[in-house]
Design a protein around this ligand. Structure first.
Ligand code: GAL
Length: 433
């Protein structure tokens, strides 16, 4: 299947969810603005405030690489790096929403492509970026279906900078080699390897659940590995019921996985957990490929990677973009930032450090490490499914409830209650009956 068709499937999923959303929520947005911001003159002085949650190694390095280019081009602009730490935007999104509704927006901010934009009532709080897409010829350099994914209520609201993969199993190569293990491709192999590692006093699976989203992230990959690409996508459109016995299997698998996890997981963030791999005390970690950027920032090279068991041939995708706030205080500087973010130069500087591949199709693969080159190949050959924890598959309201349910499940382990709550969340969002 071509990439276009695969993204179209993702898109139809997005459209169905939007229809469902419209059916259960009264519209609050003001009419769409008709004139996007005019093309700016070259910036002179002033500030650029850019808001994100990129504070960890790798993600902060990628952002800094792009800032460095910006500062070179516009040396008189004061770049304000506004960050609120917390993976997946756990804390940042709430702060951002308060700033937008309170009339004190940053100029630009991090936004996942897909249904996440609905949270920010774009016609009320964001600027459409259509004119920049046109002036920079971006319709020719982003995959068509990514463009459609970015389009909401007929406008582009975000400048995409990357493509991330969520379903990666990272492992310590030396620990695996010392124990004659290969990267597991099935859950049976995973648990066999986990038993062997446990017997040697090595933590089989390192997990951080401190920020409340990590269990949901891990579980979405288990769902994909258990239901397959179509079955998983159907969960967000109502084609697959959350009462499906395969969802029960996935919950049981996740529950069993947690019995092999580090006991201090509730005190650790995703990168805190990944440190166990670097130290050789832990063997496997399921996390998105920002972990590649983090490993690079630690100068750690002893890691291997594989798709999460059961997900070979499936790419669980998400895209970071930058949105422009309506009422931004530094419009010219903002427009120049967005242009840089969409450019080849900007994306080639950002992504090799960030641990992601370009949203553009014309980046030079030679600038990227082995892992990222493998991700590029998989991106163009695999079935693409949208990540729920990272904004692509469902509206924020539903994604948040999903995350909270899984976070509770990680400690309580009640399969029946969890499955019931997941089904109810689907009903509450107008997708399941
Ligand atoms: C994701 C985001 C990534 C990375 C990750 C961990 O939601 O898309 O770029 O930052 O969170 O913080």
């Amino acid at each position: 299947m071509s990439r276009n068709i695969r993204w179209l499937i993702v898109l139809s999923l997005v459209s169905i969810a939007l229809v469902a959303l419209a059916a259960c929520a009264a519209p609050t947005a003001a009419p769409a603005p008709t004139s996007p911001p005019a093309a700016p003159p070259a910036a002179a002085g002033g500030k650029l405030e850019m808001f994100s949650w990129w504070t960890a190694g790798g993600e902060a390095d990628g952002l800094n690489a792009m800032y460095a280019i910006y500062k070179k081009k516009y040396p008189t602009v004061d770049v304000v790096n506004a960050t609120v730490a917390g993976g997946a935007g756990t804390n940042a999104k709430a702060v951002l929403a308060t700033r937008l509704t309170g009339g004190d927006p940053p100029d630009a901010f991090q936004l996942h492509a897909g249904l996440e934009v609905e949270k920010y009532e774009p016609t009320k709080y964001l600027q459409p970026l259509d004119s920049i897409y046109t002036s920079e010829g971006l319709d020719k350099v982003f995959p068509k279906d990514l463009l459609s994914l970015l389009k909401y209520q007929d406008h582009y609201w975000g400048m995409p900078v990357n493509i991330h993969r969520a379903n990666v199993l990272w492992y310590n190569q030396k620990v695996f080699a010392d124990n004659n293990l290969k990267a597991p491709t099935t859950w049976d192999e995973f648990f066999k390897a986990a038993d062997a590692l446990k017997a040697k006093g090595i933590i089989p699976l390192v997990v951080g659940t401190k920020e409340g989203w990590e269990a949901g992230h891990t579980f979405e990959t288990v769902l994909i590995g258990t239901l397959g690409a179509d079955g998983y996508k159907g969960l967000w459109t109502g084609k697959t019921q959350w009462t499906d016995p395969k969802v029960t299997d996935a919950l049981n698998t996740f529950k069993k996985m947690m019995t092999y996890a580090n006991t201090d997981n509730s005190a650790l963030t995703w990168d805190g957990a990944a440190q166990y791999l670097v130290d050789g005390k832990g063997a496997m970690h399921i996390m998105g490929d920002w972990t590649d950027g983090w490993f690079i920032s630690k100068n750690y090279k002893g890691y291997g990677w594989a798709p999460v068991p059961g997900t070979t041939g499936i790419f669980d995708a998400l895209t970071d973009s930058f949105a422009a706030a309506k009422g931004a205080k530094n419009q010219d500087n903002l427009n120049n930032w967005l242009k840089l973010a969409g450019s080849k130069e900007g994306q080639e500087a950002f992504n090799p450090k960030k641990g992601s591949i370009c949203a553009r199709t014309d980046c030079d693969p030679k600038l990227f490490d082995d892992y990222l080159q493998s991700a590029m190949k998989d991106w163009s050959a695999n079935a693409i499914v949208p990540s729920v924890v990272h904004g692509a598959a469902a509206v924020e309201k539903w994604a948040t409830v999903y995350k909270d349910i899984l976070n509770t499940f990680a400690t309580k382990g009640d399969v029946a209650a969890t499955q019931k709550a997941l089904q109810q969340a689907c009903v509450d969002n107008g997708v399941c009956k």
